[in-house]
Design a protein. Structure first.
Length: 287
C-alpha cells in the first residue's frame, strides 16, 4: 500500500510506539514511584505526610502547569495509545501457554485496569478539573469527587478510603499499576535494545520482579497507613487537631499561604465556631 494512503498511526507507528514506551517510564512511571513513596510517608505520622504535601504545594501557581505538563498530558498520551494498541491485539494464552505470553496479556489487562483506576482516583481525590470552582461545586463534589484537601492531607485521604470495598478496589488498582510499570520496564528494555540476549532478559526479569515487589509493598503500605490513621473517631479527631496546629504554625511562619479551597473547613466556619465559643463563655461568666 502507498504510504500516502496509510493512516497517520500506520505511517508513524515506530515513533508513536517509542514515545508510548518512553512516556510509560518518564514521566508517568517516575511520578508513580514518587507519588506512592510520598503517600507511604504517612507511616511516619500524619505530620510527616502533611509536610511532604506542603512541599509539593509550595510550587503555588506553577503546580497546575507542572501537573498537566509532566503528569496528566503524558499519562493521557500513554493511556490513549495503549488503548489503541490493546484494541488491535488479541490474547493468545490459550494457544501458547508460556510465561512470557501471560505477561504479554497481563500487561494489557493491567493497563486497562490502571487507566480506569487512575481516572477514578484523580476524580475522587481532586475532581479532575479542580481549577474551576463551578465544576467542583456543581459537578465533582455532588458526585463524590474532590474529597482530598491538601492542607488536611491525612484526614481527608483517609476518610475517602475507608470501607472494605474501597480498600479492595484500591489494592487491585495499585497492584495493577505496579505490575504494568515493572513489566513495562522489562518490555521497554527489549524494545529499546537494552537487553536482547536470553541471559540479559532473564537478569532484567529478576531486577524488575524485585522492583515490582518493593513498589507493591510501598503502595499497599501507603493505602493501609492512611486508612489506619483515621479508622476510629478518636484517631480522626487527633489527626485533624494535629493538621490544624501544623497549618496554623506554617501560616504564621509564611511557609504556607492560606487557601480555603485547600482546607477541609473554610475559615468562615472556624470563625463562626470560635465566635460561638466566645458567646458561650460570656454567658457563663455573666451567670
Amino acid at each position: 500500500m502507498d504510504s500516502s494512503q496509510q493512516s497517520f498511526l500506520a505511517r508513524n507507528d515506530f515513533l508513536i510506539r517509542r514515545l508510548h514506551s518512553l512516556s510509560g517510564l518518564i514521566p508517568v512511571g517516575a511520578y508513580m514511584v514518587v507519588h506512592l513513596s510520598v503517600n507511604a510517608s504517612v507511616l511516619n505520622g500524619a505530620a510527616t505526610f502533611q509536610n511532604n504535601v506542603y512541599k509539593i504545594h509550595s510550587l503555588g501557581k506553577l503546580l497546575p502547569f507542572v501537573e498537566w505538563g509532566f503528569i496528566f498530558l503524558p499519562l493521557l498520551f500513554h493511556a490513549i495509545v495503549g488503548m489503541v494498541i490493546v484494541a488491535g491485539a488479541l490474547p493468545n494464552t490459550h494457544n501458547y501457554r508460556y510465561a512470557a505470553n501471560y505477561r504479554y496479556t497481563l500487561q494489557r489487562v493491567t493497563g486497562v485496569i490502571a487507566f480506569f483506576f487512575i481516572m477514578y482516583h484523580v476524580f475522587q481525590m481532586h475532581g479532575w478539573f479542580n481549577l474551576s470552582s463551578t465544576w467542583m461545586h456543581n459537578v465533582a463534589e455532588p458526585l463524590g469527587g474532590g474529597q482530598f484537601k491538601p492542607y488536611n492531607a491525612t484526614s481527608t485521604a483517609g476518610e475517602a478510603l475507608l470501607g472494605t470495598g474501597m480498600a479492595i478496589g484500591y489494592a487491585v488498582g495499585i497492584l495493577s499499576c505496579v505490575y504494568h510499570l515493572a513489566n513495562g520496564i522489562w518490555t521497554m528494555g527489549i524494545t529499546w535494545g537494552v537487553w536482547t540476549s536470553p541471559k540479559g532478559q532473564q537478569r532484567a526479569s529478576y531486577v524488575c520482579l524485585v522492583f515490582g515487589v518493593v513498589l507493591a509493598v510501598v503502595g499497599l503500605s501507603a493505602l493501609w497507613g492512611v486508612r489506619d490513621a483515621v479508622d476510629t473517631p478518636e484517631k480522626l479527631q487527633a489527626v485533624e487537631k494535629e493538621e490544624a496546629e501544623l497549618l496554623k504554625a506554617n501560616i504564621a511562619t509564611g511557609a504556607v499561604v492560606p487557601d480555603e479551597h485547600k482546607m477541609a473547613d473554610p475559615p468562615e466556619a472556624d470563625a463562626e465556631e470560635e465566635a460561638s465559643r466566645s458567646d458561650d463563655a460570656s454567658v457563663t461568666t455573666s451567670r
